[in-house]
Design a binder for this molecule. Structure first.
Ligand SMILES: NC(=O)c1ccc[n+]([C@@H]2O[C@H](COP(=O)([O-])OP(=O)(O)OC[C@H]3O[C@@H](n4cnc5c(N)ncnc54)[C@H](O)[C@@H]3O)[C@@H](O)[C@H]2O)c1
Length: 479
């Protein structure tokens, strides 16, 4: 195993080989590509390029909307004829072929025949343990489970499962790469069938099948029971934190006292599995068609992705759960303000900024230009440190002209010039453009330097004024 520093590792690792490009492999490909990695795919399905292309279209629309900054330039995508060609020289190999152990063994043998012994070799397996995958392998210590969730390009969770053969530094290297992709590696403490999350999902799935089989609920009613109720709690707190609150002031102890006895009551059919009889299969399919058959799977995917983006952005604003992770990842992606005029914002318009007219709501233009002003202030050293020191700039006037409609998923940038920096007065001029340069909106913004102690205007230090004046250009003076 190579003992490179983590920083060096991140700079060096940039090629991923995706073996099996179906639902999950396509999602992995998108996650790597949109984070700047080159991706090589091997999948014998003659339709693979079309299917992956469609997954990529969805990912290109959804993932950038999560961030308030732009993602790195997309990597290069190559389709390879064989596993050897895909994995040669790759830093990460992700196996995502169908869930059959004999197939996974054959594929792992082919991978290890050519891949770099230092490469991470992760399997997306939903249920097999690393020890099972490592049986008969040339280098068992290289193979571990990196189990993601669909859609892989939006959901951060990856269950990482190692065996006794896995060196600790390989585990750390694996987790570090996953974090650099904006993902959340959850290290599973032991090897069990189906890891953690699929255990839980399997329990809910069995109960749901029983409810349909017994005629108690339809597929739609079961989905309602989740999405109008506990599903919302789970998305931000999970199970145990939610139940702690449900116990009242005494928390978990009281919850266990109140609901503990119910564990012995017939509240679950878990020990028994419903038979997937032709009748039950037909009922499940008919109910699912009645519930969602008017939408194609691609349309449902887009709905799911847009909703996930909106939920994740709300959690991000609250600094909670998966949303906090996105903010932390974003901090590693920000590119410094540069150029003249200064490029102060580069981002994609998220779906939750769109109003009933199908375009960006006017209030969000204010937000974009406010972010642009913050970027200028950061640039000249009047950002968070200046605020912590008791001073800031307050906006006194904003004049926005809306030139063209702006839509969800659109990449925009803001160019900012300093029109005037005189004493406590600061005037900025912003222009928001599409990535092809088409102007979308302009903004003239006046700000005043204030003391946060008195909440009144006050003179900034001469150094700060000088740094701002250095940005005043003849063009911006006339703005
Ligand atoms: N679908 C899910 O929600 C989900 C979630 C997490 C993990 N997983 C796991 O991910 C893996 C893949 O599942 P999926 O849902 O993407 O299946 P899938 O059927 O959509 O995709 C599998 C792909 O592998 C390709 N393939 C078959 N043999 C191959 C070979 N020898 N070499 C290269 N490619 C080959 C197939 O052509 C297909 O495109 C499974 O282990 C599954 O348990 C699935």
């Amino acid at each position: 195993m190579d003992f490179r520093s983590q920083g060096q590792l991140m700079r060096d690792m940039k090629t991923a080989a995706i073996i099996g490009g179906g639902v999950i492999g396509g999602g992995w490909a998108a996650r790597f590509l949109l984070n700047g990695w080159d991706v090589r795919i091997c999948d014998p399905d003659p339709e693979a390029a079309r299917k992956i292309g469609e997954v990529l279209d969805g990912a290109r629309r959804a993932l950038p909307m999560l961030y308030d900054t732009r993602l790195p330039p997309e990597g290069e995508l190559t389709f390879c004829d064989g596993i050897g060609a895909a994995v040669a020289g790759a830093d990460w190999v992700q196996e995502s072929v169908p869930e059959r152990l004999d197939l996974k063994h054959r594929v792992m043998a082919e991978i290890q025949a050519t891949c770099d012994p230092d490469a991470v070799v992760g399997s997306s397996t939903s249920g097999f343990t690393p020890s099972q995958l490592q049986e008969g392998a040339a280098r068992p210590e290289q193979i571990l489970v990196t189990h993601p969730f669909n859609p892989v390009y939006l959901l951060p969770l990856v269950e990482v499962v190692a065996s006794a053969a896995t060196p600790p530094d390989r585990l750390e290297q694996t987790e570090e790469v996953l974090r650099s992709l904006g993902m959340y590696p959850l290290r599973v403490r032991g090897e069990i069938d189906a890891h953690i999350a699929d255990r839980l999902l399997e329990a809910v799935w069995r109960e749901a099948l029983w409810l349909v089989s017994d005629g108690i609920a339809t597929t739609g009613e079961i989905d309602d029971a989740i999405r109008y109720g506990f599903g919302l709690r789970w998305a931000q707190m999970g199970l145990f934190e939610t139940y702690r609150i449900a116990g009242g002031e005494a928390g978990m102890a009281q919850f266990l006292e109140q609901f503990g006895p119910a564990l012995k009551w017939p509240w679950t059919k878990l020990m028994d599995v419903p038979d997937l009889t032709p009748d039950l299969i037909a009922r499940l399919e008919a109910q699912s068609d009645a519930q969602s058959g008017h939408l194609s799977v691609r349309a449902l995917e887009r709905l799911r992705d847009d909703n996930l983006v909106a939920i994740l952005r709300a959690l991000r604003q609250r600094g909670a759960g998966a949303g906090a992770l996105i903010a932390a990842h974003e901090a590693t992606l920000r590119t410094p303000v540069a150029g003249m005029p200064l490029v102060t914002v580069e981002r994609v318009i998220p779906v939750d900024w769109i109003d009933q007219n199908g375009h960006m709501n006017e209030s969000r233009y204010g937000q974009v230009f406010s972010d642009a002003a913050d970027a200028v202030l950061d640039y000249v050293g009047a950002g968070m440190d200046h605020i912590a020191g008791g001073h800031s700039y307050f906006t006194t006037e904003t004049v926005i002209s809306y030139l063209r409609e702006t839509h969800a998923g659109e990449a925009v940038r803001v160019e900012t010039t300093v029109a005037e920096a005189a004493g406590k007065k600061l005037r900025l001029s912003h222009e928001m453009k599409r990535s092809d340069g088409t102007p979308l909106a302009t903004c003239r913004q006046s700000l005043v330097h204030v003391s946060l102690a008195t909440r009144r205007a006050c003179e900034p230090g001469a150094d700060l004024v000088q740094r701002l004046q250095a940005l005043v250009t003849p063009r911006s003076n006339s703005a």
